[in-house]
Design a binder for this molecule. Sequence first.
Ligand SMILES: NC(=O)c1ccc[n+]([C@@H]2O[C@H](COP(=O)([O-])OP(=O)(O)OC[C@H]3O[C@@H](n4cnc5c(N)ncnc54)[C@H](OP(=O)(O)O)[C@@H]3O)[C@@H](O)[C@H]2O)c1
Length: 275
Amino acid sequence: MHNLDGRVALLTGASRGIGPLISDRLARAGLKLVLLARDRARLEAEVARLRAAGATVIAVPGDVCDAGAQEAALTAAEGLGGLSALINNAGVEDFGHLTDTAPETIADTVAVNLTAPLQLCRRALPALLARDEAQIVNLASVAGLLGTPYGATYSATKAGLIMASLSLRMELAETRVGVTAVCPAFVHGAGMHEEAKRLVGRAPALLGSTTAEATADAVLRALRDNPAELIVNDAPLRPLVGFGRSLPGFATWLTGRLAGPYMRKLADARRPPGA
Ligand SMILES: NC(=O)c1ccc[n+]([C@@H]2O[C@H](COP(=O)([O-])OP(=O)(O)OC[C@H]3O[C@@H](n4cnc5c(N)ncnc54)[C@H](OP(=O)(O)O)[C@@H]3O)[C@@H](O)[C@H]2O)c1
């Protein structure tokens, strides 16, 4: 999008983690915001913080999987002048031994990380198509490009979200709605990787890492430039992703060697007693 000032964005997962850094960037670029997450108190604190800095913000507390919450967020966006940007950022991780993972956890991870973004895209598209320019940004992960040991469900949802993004991008090629998949890995400073760090320390440097700030900057870049996919990591992962597509045996061997011991430590740390 050429001009972000005055446009309206819906950001899911805005209550904590990387979300507040994304809303900062969006507000500073002049976007009006609708924020969706379940934690009402945190969301209201975010609204107060952003309004104090001069932003126009509405909070819609709710579960991103709930059709009513999705509709309420879209109605709020219409009230602010019409949706131009949908940022599907809400996500959950469930790294661990698959045999330790409850069936409901697998279903919830798929619902939040994959089904909800698709449903929101579907519901938001009429509004987005009515704008002169619009953008969908899906927070995926390098886990969806390479796979992750002890992360079968999470990686599957993020791979699904990347393919959903690329497919929708092709479907919308003749329109003015762009679609980008943003793929960070091991984000430091805020977000879900901080809990893993508390449990088992930092991931090995060879796997590369990034910051919550760089991830939020990538979302803003996606809104401005409409790239198909942005990998956010300081290691040169693109060649490994290329190998992953042409030589999956080699790529999983290498990724398993690099990430396996760290992810195994995390999975073991989360084992329920007696498992
Ligand atoms: N941090 C990383 O290392 C990393 C790496 C790659 C990709 N990512 C992706 O980046 C995105 C943001 O991750 P993060 O690290 O900021 O995670 P986080 O700190 O765990 O925050 C997740 C956000 O999603 C919201 N959320 C979760 N379930 C929800 C639901 N059912 N309905 C509504 N909101 C829900 C949470 O809010 P409530 O609890 O208030 O609902 C929270 O605001 C995710 O899609 C994640 O997969 C993160």
